[in-house]
Design a protein around this ligand. Structure first.
Ligand code: ASN
Length: 567
């Protein structure tokens, strides 16, 4: 399958072809770019008279001298957007040796000004991490967050909600023993995280620990000192590293399907939520006292078994809960058990749900608490809308039986290539029905799979005669960020082909040019400012104008329509 037609509508300039710059690009695509954000935790700690404390200079002290983190190549700097004023910091970078996947990972460590023991992190710290990712989103292929283990599961959960329409991997890790200890778990945890963030298109907030990659909002810390510190009791790992490979369970990977660009929600409301564990003999008065705390808006109730709590004499407990719910407090029921789900099978559990307590199904306490804090922070949320969303999966944080699944190839390689080829053929001929049929029959996996040129179906659809196909594949969760063997993103191909609607649709879905593509794009933009302006390069006025327009997908017309045209 070819890389795209590179239609030249003006006929005045010769478009760059992938073949021409293949050699140059080949080199660039050997490297992925990862930003490591250091927030503190044991991984960077050193002993002090008052016990272990976080220490600065992680990259120089702990990574540069280690051959697995540094192939000794000439040092290059990487730009990092350092703060709200968008000041650029030129950080020294390092590069890993060649991985088993034929790519190296170039990275730099961005240290927060204040490094914390994670037991001191709060919603401000989560905001800081989300903002660091947002400011640097277009400069890197993936992100690794180094963090203490104590509150790591909370941070993972919080970020999974805060990072909206995430299209790139964000991997959190830490360690039980500091990197500078002779026998530690830090080296393996960090290396595994770097590989996932740099080489796998898993656009989720994940936690990598002790050779396993978990969905972040399913995790909980299960051991205070054991290296196997984390587990996701109700969700199988997304990937497992054994021998020299990391094997991804692609069936499980969540992908954004809403055709919106990446954005963040900050300032989760952790000050008006509480968490209370039921115990035998607990008094309704105690629960009432918590529910009457000044300004309280939400409570996570950790109940017995499948979601049961004592009803209290004369239903006193139920009455306390029901009256709080009437006052607008959202109460969510999660189980104290490590595995399983809240379900109204017993009378005691059923009376809770009749009183208006929301079933948190199989969410962890960490997941439920941060989700509640997130929903409370959303503008225009009401107790009713929050209650409704607490029982529905928004980032894979709870198990819903009817979620769509993304299959990975079961078939042999030739079969896969055959399917990809028929997919490519259908896309090139604008045959939407065929594309839909292939995708439907268990072939969701091929959305991010690539042909011999490294083109995914989204690359091919970026220059397909039918924009409907591009829209369809994006809505199924195809990634806009993968690059083909020539180092090109789908957005580059669409703009290079002069296809403005395709370009706009990709932009609206969060696509941006990779930093390696920018020099070529800036050059091409001189000759064709309009379409490249839509892709986000070239003269400022044009870029500005395109961004100010509110573009929308018109389902009736199957086209992108600007807001001004709509009104
Ligand atoms: N107290 C440390 C922290 O959470 C524990 C660790 O990282 N292993 O920052």
């Amino acid at each position: 399958v070819s890389t795209g037609t590179n239609l030249d509508l003006t006929g005045t300039i010769k478009m760059e072809t992938p073949e021409l710059d293949a050699a140059k690009a080949e080199e660039a695509t050997q490297e992925s770019r990862v930003l490591i954000i250091m927030t503190g935790g044991t991984i960077c700690m050193q002993p002090s008279p008052s016990g272990f404390i976080p220490a600065r200079g992680f990259q120089e002290k702990c990574m540069a001298p280690v051959p697995t983190f540094n192939d000794g190549s000439a040092s290059a700097t990487m730009d990092v957007v350092a703060n709200a004023a968008r000041e650029i910091q030129e950080n020294p970078s390092l590069r890993t040796p060649m991985t088993a996947y034929g790519r190296q990972v170039r990275y730099t460590v961005f240290e927060f000004e204040e490094l914390l023991d994670s037991s001191s992190i709060d919603a401000r710290g989560w905001t800081q991490i989300a903002q660091a990712i947002e400011r640097n989103y277009t400069l890197f292929d993936g992100f690794v967050i180094l963090h203490g283990t104590d509150s790591l599961a909370y941070t993972c959960s919080a970020l999974s909600f805060m990072l909206q329409n995430l299209g790139k991997p964000v991997v959190l890790t830490g360690s039980q023993a500091p990197m500078l200890e002779l026998q530690n778990d830090a080296t393996d945890n960090l290396l595994g995280s770097l590989v996932v963030a740099g080489l796998f298109m898993i656009p989720e907030v994940c936690l990598y620990f002790n050779n396993r990659l978990f969905r972040g909002n399913r995790t909980t810390k299960v051991a205070a000192s054991d290296f196997a510190a984390f587990d996701a009791p109700n969700c199988a790992p997304l990937a497992v590293t054994n021998s020299m490979r990391t094997n991804v369970n692609w069936d499980m990977v969540h992908r954004p399907t809403s055709l919106e660009p990446f954005s963040i929600q900050t300032n989760l409301d952790t000050t008006h939520v509480a968490c209370l564990r039921i115990f035998p003999g607990i008094k309704p008065e105690m629960v009432d006292a918590v529910l009457k705390l000044d300004g309280l808006r939400g409570l996570i109730l950790e109940t017995f078994g499948a979601g049961n709590a004592p009803s209290g004499q004369d239903n006193a407990m139920i009455n306390v809960l029901a009256s709080a719910i009437k006052r607008g407090i959202v109460i969510v029921n999660v189980t104290q058990c490590l595995t399983g789900s809240v379900s109204p099978v017993y009378a005691t559990g059923m009376s809770l749900s009749r009183a208006g307590v929301v079933a948190g199904l199989d969410m962890t306490t960490e997941g439920a608490l941060t989700k509640l804090a997130y929903l409370l922070a959303l503008p225009e949320s009401t107790p009713e809308s929050i209650a409704k969303r607490m029982s529905v999966s928004i980032r894979g944080e709870l198990t819903e039986s009817s979620l769509p699944i993304f299959r990975h190839p079961d078939g042999t390689l030739p079969e896969r290539i055959q399917t990809l080829t028929s997919m490519g053929y259908a896309i090139a001929h604008g045959d939407l029905e065929k594309v839909q049929a292939i995708t439907k029959t268990e072939h969701h996996w091929l959305l991010n799979d690539a042909d011999y040129s490294g083109n995914t179906p989204i690359h091919l659809a970026a220059t397909s005669p039918s924009i409907k196909i591009l829209h369809f594949l994006l809505s199924q969760g195809g990634s806009v960020h993968l690059r083909n063997r020539a180092g090109r993103t789908p957005l580059f191909l669409a703009a290079n082909a002069g296809l403005s609607e395709h370009t706009l649709l990709l932009r609206k879905s969060g696509a941006h040019l990779h930093s390696d593509e920018r020099p070529a794009a800036e050059l091409l933009a001189r000759h064709r400012p309009f379409v490249w302006g839509m892709a986000g390069v070239g003269p400022k006025e044009i870029r500005q104008r395109e961004m100010e327009e509110e573009w929308e997908w018109d389902a009736g017309e199957n086209r992108m329509i600007s807001g001004s045209a709509l009104s």
